[in-house]
Design a binder for this molecule. Structure first.
Ligand code: 5GP
Ligand code: ZN
Length: 328
């Protein structure tokens, strides 16, 4: 009796599976008489990966089907079923055409290189360390930061907001989690909507004091936002967290900017409480619109440290924006 057979058979009852990888790898080795390649194993994993299949089902609808159905009125789709009407080819004609289309396909692969053709997929998932991906997904609470769909429904991809090629850094505030639909729309070069959003991160307004802030005033920053001290502090260490892009109020912020601002608020909280032990609480506030009291029309969030006894009766806090209504 084969020793290998026994070993492999007895492992079946011991195998603790965290994923389906182990049996797939062993199946490949058994199929190959004890030998296989990383390529075979990866292809075998891929054949089970429904999320990848979903991705290509979606791509088919939005890209080749769209183009081809404009050209061929016979081409129809009902949900996941594709039909070419009046299809009357002989076997020989079918073979000939498949051969010709394969030749075209191979010409494209030879010219561009298969790695480059699928390069956009690699960029959106491969080069970002797992620990960063994990932090971004955790921050996004496993939901697409553009449309809100959950990771269970559509695979989320983590990628740069400002691309590396445009000087974007590898830091948390420059990453976002997008579902593959939002991400593929974003990476589609023809999609002017997403290109406009990307360009708009550079928007600065002439004459705006927060757009024009001198570097020496910046206490802390990340890719999309920065912190300065308030010139007329309500309490000691009162600071302002400001998006780099000029936008007038909170409601104009993009989700990645909200993330970047939130990250800075949290970091400042920790730093301030470390250096000033008298700080026991904070008010986080934003005035949106002149009627609410806004005086500088470049969005900013106030982070106001609070100390015991800094006012006679703190009860109600931000309710105090309307005098006499603070305490209830
Ligand atoms: P808002 O009323 O628009 O919510 O808040 C504007 C804040 O900016 C105020 O708290 C004010 O003290 C602060 N501020 C006004 N001018 C300057 C300035 O030139 N530099 C800094 N660092 N803060 C300012
Ligand atoms: Zn501005």
């Amino acid at each position: 009796m084969s020793k290998t057979y026994h070993k492999l058979k007895s492992y079946l009852s011991k195998m603790r599976m965290f994923h389906i990888y182990q049996p797939l790898l062993l199946i490949e080795l058994i199929k190959g008489n004890g030998k296989t390649t990383g390529n075979n194993i990866a292809k075998s994993f891929l054949s089970y990966d429904e999320t990848q299949i979903d991705y290509y089902k979606h791509i088919t609808k939005i890209m080749p089907f769209k183009v081809l159905s404009q050209h061929f009125k016979e081409l129809k789709r009902v949900k996941e079923n594709y039909t070419f009407e009046d299809f009357d080819l002989t076997e020989n004609q079918k073979e000939e055409l498949i051969d010709l289309y394969r030749k075209k396909l191979n010409q494209k692969i030879d010219k561009t290189g298969i790695k480059k053709i699928f390069g956009h997929r690699k960029l959106s998932s491969g080069v970002i360390p797992g620990s960063t991906r994990y932090k971004v997904l955790l921050r996004a609470k496993n939901r697409c930061e553009s449309c809100g769909i959950s990771n269970d429904k559509k695979q989320l991809e983590v990628d740069h907001i400002i691309p590396r090629t445009k000087g974007g850094k590898d830091e948390l505030s420059n990453f976002q989690a997008l579902c593959y639909t939002c991400n593929s729309q974003k990476s589609n070069k023809d999609d002017t909507h997403f290109k406009k959003i990307l360009d708009s991160y550079n928007h600065r307004k002439k004459g705006c004091i927060f757009c024009d802030i001198s570097k020496s005033k910046i206490v802390k920053s990340n890719e999309l936002a920065f912190v300065i001290k308030d010139n007329y502090p309500v309490t000691k260490h009162h600071c302002l967290i400001i998006p780099k892009r000029h936008c007038s109020d909170y409601f104009d912020l993009y989700q990645p900017e909200i993330n970047a601002i939130s990250q800075l608020i949290n970091e400042m909280k920790v730093e301030l409480q470390k250096k000033d032990k008298t700080i026991k609480g904070f008010n986080i506030g934003n005035n949106s619109g002149e009627v609410s009291g806004q005086t500088i029309f470049h969005c900013h969030i106030h982070l106001i440290p609070r100390r015991k006894g800094d006012t006679n009766n703190p009860r109600g806090g931000v309710r105090g924006v309307i005098k006499d209504k603070q305490n209830y």
